[in-house]
Design a protein around this ligand. Structure first.
Ligand code: KIV
Length: 305
């Protein structure tokens, strides 16, 4: 799932029911084109606050605002029909109190149409997860490495290496599972710990740099298609080099413009027909004559179509 003939959008119960039957496929998307590309493949699309770093070039996710999450969340939900879409609550929008978390969640859900929210935190967030879950807000938990706490943690480090660290993560996982999280993301955590949490918890675990034994996997899409810049996290596998292709395409366009090879006649509009008394017709619309497949240049609502 999702499949081409799937009639309805997956919901959080569908995802929870996948535990023990088949792996949950998850990826991030922040825009309509990316969301469309993922929708036939991913069970869960996360509009992650990683967009602050990936799209906006921030050093951490701490500067991401609720307005940003709402705008990108609405774009992703609007472009998808099959995947369950979850939107991250950004730093500062939920840590203060369960009530603040509810206000932020209600805004995100009403404005985007997403199926739930994700928040980072364990024991200290359990009360908030319970408050939200009891009020109709499905919560995806996030433990292990929590990027919004990077300033307190002193960097993006692998979690659960010491006995103390492992004990803390174990306590975090059971606290938010008991509080009603429908699934839990485990990030950058020692493999054996993520594996045993997956065995112990009743809710699905979704790993990122965690364990193949997790009930699902999630990655930042840009990291797997070569659009994430120079740095690729060790836990991400590259499936394409779209950054190189983009660079090549843009370079060719620049050369064409400088050499006056672009635009060609097929990209220009003329009013030749007007002189003969016939109804004026935009020459560029007849792209079939220029070798494009029927209808290819007439994408609805595009400028010049
Ligand atoms: O913000 C994000 O994209 C995330 C995922 C990578 C889990 O939290």
């Amino acid at each position: 799932m999702p499949t081409q003939n799937q009639e309805r959008r997956l919901n959080v119960r569908d995802l929870a029911a996948m535990k023990g039957s088949r792996p949950i496929v998850s990826l991030t998307a922040y825009s309509a084109p990316m969301a469309r590309a993922l929708d036939g493949h991913a069970d869960l699309i996360l509009v992650g606050d990683s967009l602050g770093m990936v799209l906006y070039g921030m050093d951490t996710t701490v500067g991401v605002s609720l307005d940003m999450m709402v705008a990108h969340g609405a774009a992703v939900v609007g472009a998808t029909r099959r995947a369950c879409v979850i939107v991250d609550l950004p730093f500062g929008s939920y840590q203060e109190s369960p009530e603040a978390a509810f206000r932020a969640s209600a805004r995100v859900m009403a404005a985007t149409g997403c199926s739930g929210v994700k928040l980072e935190g364990g024991v200290e967030m359990a009360e908030t997860v319970r408050f939200l879950s009891a009020r109709g807000v499905p919560v995806l938990g996030h433990i292990g490495l929590m990027p919004q706490s990077v300033n307190a943690a002193g960097g993006f480090r692998v979690q659960g290496k010491t006995d103390d660290g492992a004990r803390r993560i174990r306590a975090d996982a059971s606290a938010i599972a008991d509080a009603g999280a429908f699934a839990i993301v485990i990030e950058n955590t020692v493999e054996a710990l993520a594996r045993s949490l997956t065995e112990e918890l009743k809710v699905p675990t979704i790993g990122i740099g965690a364990s193949p034994a997790c009930d699902g996997q999630i990655l930042v899409t840009e990291d797997i298609v070569g659009l994430g810049g120079d740095f690729t996290p060790r836990f991400a596998k590259r499936y394409a080099e779209l950054g190189e292709q983009l660079n090549k395409a843009v370079g060719q366009y620049a050369e064409d413009v400088r050499a006056r090879r672009f635009p060609g006649a097929e990209h220009c509009f003329t009013l030749e027909a007007k002189r003969s008394g016939a109804k004026p017709r935009l020459a560029a619309v007849s792209s079939e004559a220029a070798g494009a497949p029927p209808g290819a240049s007439n994408a609805k609502g595009r400028r010049g179509a």
